[in-house]
Design a protein around this ligand. Structure first.
Ligand code: CU
Length: 124
């Protein structure tokens, strides 16, 4: 094996590692809701799960989660926020806003009515 070949192999391994790290680890930290006009807003696609399923927000600023359900599966027709004591119907093809202002740092989980689909809002 030539030196060049070894260098190429190492670079290839590093590139694969970087891509794997990006998808498996960086995404687990969540997607930040973008703040505009005093509201932290993010679109969440509902189709076989929540995408993104981890949303990070800052405390003390209103949060608007825009759920867009793109399937007719009964499973995802409700989204439930136990900690907020709230459940919301998600009609297919519509965007439904869930709004609240987190005052404490921590996690606010949400799920479908059967608990199969799960996500959470991480408050910093
Ligand atoms: Cu379900």
């Amino acid at each position: 094996m030539s030196t060049t070949q070894i260098v190429v192999d190492i670079l290839t391994a590093l590139a694969i590692g970087l891509v794997a790290w990006y998808f498996w680890f960086s995404r687990r930290e969540g997607v930040e809701a973008a703040a505009a006009n005093g509201v932290q807003e993010i679109q969440i696609k509902v189709k076989g799960g929540y995408d993104p399923d981890i949303i990070t927000v800052k405390r003390g600023m209103p949060v608007r989660l825009l759920f867009h359900r793109m399937e007719s599966s009964v499973c995802s027709e409700m989204v439930i926020f136990d900690k907020l004591n709230r459940s919301t119907r998600l009609p297919e093809g519509e965007t439904v806003a869930v709004e609240f202002t987190p005052e404490q740092p921590g996690e606010i989980p949400f799920q479908c009515q059967m608990g199969m689909l799960r996500g959470k809002v991480v408050v910093r």
